[in-house]
Ligand binder design. Structure first.
Ligand SMILES: Cc1cc2nc3c(=O)[nH]c(=O)nc-3n(C[C@H](O)[C@H](O)[C@H](O)COP(=O)(O)OP(=O)(O)OC[C@H]3O[C@@H](n4cnc5c(N)ncnc54)[C@H](O)[C@@H]3O)c2cc1C
Length: 439
């Protein structure tokens, strides 16, 4: 089995165990006397919902010890899918319970117990808002920062409220041992949230960086260079990304991911290049040298194997060229001689960020840069249109079964390139994708 598939299987198993922990705790400590099948099934669905929601903190918290080999975008994708699954569990729990014993409807009757009824109704509503705001954030007009704050607050409420509900129902959770163990399982996930949102920025305070240069680039972008203020360094591999916070404090909701664009040869100084897309990236060209910054990372698995003698094919669209620049600049600094091909798609020739430096890199590396322009001037002589199967077949060498392929760009380009490579017989496990629009 391929290393990546093995790793995915292993981490999915670990995740499953975590999500099943609440059920294991209540069943192993003191199994209650049996009830109707529907009631037991409904209760277990509720406990599973609690386990899945509590485990979300492990997946989304950028914990390096959890499944780092699988790539952050894959983990976020998994986080989304398990979030939808948790919503279905939260909804299925009362539906199954109530269809078994309609009398339990009194749980939702404020005249019986106002606090209990309001809390349970709010828990279901909060789960619906949590999932809907994540799936359709931009449709609701929520800024990324507002969504992130709402997401964290709702998750804490749902997990704490779910635990309170499980403990107060006192069926499976009767007795101090079950209550304490269940509290510990859920408490652990809350601790992970505290670690990622409070302790991690606290530690970053001691590792400040300073902007030392800010230069405009083609394609409505700017390159910011950062220098370590102290003995620390960023030990990154070419192709990886970091989370950056600008300003005097790392405790900010304005934390954005960017690929490192510079060579990995110098960990005390690095650069990232950002295209203007919204509030934060629009403000970057105005950032003055001397501004303080905090850097979390590096993260990501979009990294070529240094031992692979077959070289690599790199496919970029627009600003997706940034991690590829880091790869090429690092290979240049190492004096690498392996064959490299870059398919670089842009709307116009003017938009092609780093086009002059790419021409220089062709001189010192065994690199063939193929520009693909979708909206070319009449005098354009190179490739035009979009990256598709015909272009891949015409311009890239035949796959030798060992070569690695790296794709970064807008979603449609990535999907088209992946499809074209697979159609040419490239193994999906040799294709590495870096997605910028993951949220
Ligand atoms: C792994 C990774 C590497 C990236 N590398 C680069 C790069 O090298 N150069 C570059 O120009 N862009 C890069 N991006 C995209 C960059 O992070 C967003 O363009 C930027 O955060 C947009 O913020 P904004 O406030 O300017 O725009 P907004 O209008 O707020 O957002 C535009 C889009 O960017 C995404 N986004 C916004 N804020 C965040 C955030 N805090 N975290 C994650 N996504 C967010 C959302 O999908 C949003 O719809 C990368 C993204 C990822 C995930």
């Amino acid at each position: 089995m391929h290393r990546l598939a093995r790793s995915a299987l292993l981490w999915s198993g670990a995740y499953l165990l975590l999500a099943l922990l609440p059920i294991a705790v209540v069943l192993l400590t003191r199994p209650p006397a049996g009830r109707e099948l529907g009631a037991e099934l409904g209760a277990l669905l509720g406990l599973l919902a609690l386990g899945v929601l509590a485990s979300q903190a492990v997946i989304s918290g950028r914990h390096r010890w959890f499944a780092a080999t699988l790539g952050y975008d894959n983990l976020l994708q998994f986080h989304r899918q398990t979030g939808i699954f948790a919503l279905l569990l939260v909804l299925a729990h009362p539906i199954v319970m109530l269809s078994t014993r309609p009398g339990w409807l009194e749980y939702l009757d404020p005249r019986e117990d106002t606090l209990r009824a309001v809390t349970l109704i709010l828990l279901v509503a909060a789960t619906l808002v949590l999932v809907a705001s994540s799936l359709w954030r931009t449709r609701f007009g929520l800024s990324y920062e507002a969504w992130r704050a709402l997401h964290g607050a709702l998750t804490l409420f749902i997990v704490a409220g779910g635990l309170g509900h499980a403990v107060m129902v006192q069926h499976y959770t009767e007795g101090a041992v079950a209550t304490l163990l269940l509290g510990a399982v859920v408490g652990l996930s809350l601790l992970l949230v505290v670690e990622s949102r409070l302790l991690r920025p606290w530690r970053l305070r001691r590792r400040p960086w300073r902007i030392v240069a800010n230069e405009p680039e083609r394609g409505d972008a700017a390159t910011l260079t950062l220098q370590a203020e102290g003995d620390h360094r960023l030990n990154f591999a070419p192709g990886q990304f970091i989370w950056i916070t600008l300003g005097d404090t790392p405790f900010s909701l304005q934390q954005h991911p960017f690929s490192v664009a510079s060579s990995a040869s110098d960990g005390k100084r690095f650069a990232f290049t950002a295209k203007r897309l919204g509030d934060f990236t629009n403000s970057l060209p105005e950032v003055a040298p001397g501004t303080c910054a905090f850097v979390e990372g590096p993260y990501g698995t979009f990294v070529p194997d240094p031992e692979n003698a077959s070289g690599a094919v790199l496919i970029a669209g627009g600003i997706g060229v940034t991690p590829i620049m880091s790869i090429l600049r690092s290979l240049r600094d190492q004096g690498d001689t392996r064959p490299l091909w870059l398919l670089y798609a842009n709307k116009t020739w003017e938009d092609a960020t780093f086009r002059d430096e790419l021409a220089e890199l062709e001189e010192c590396l065994d690199l063939d840069v193929i520009h693909v322009i979708s909206d070319p001037e009449p005098e354009w002589k190179g490739e035009s249109g979009k990256i598709d199967e015909a272009l891949v077949k015409r311009r890239l060498p035949r796959d030798d079964g060992r070569r690695q392929y790296f794709i970064c760009g807008p979603e449609p380009l990535m999907n088209a390139a992946e499809k074209a490579l697979i159609a040419q017989g490239v193994a999906p496990t040799h294709i590495f994708s870096d997605r910028f629009d993951i949220v």
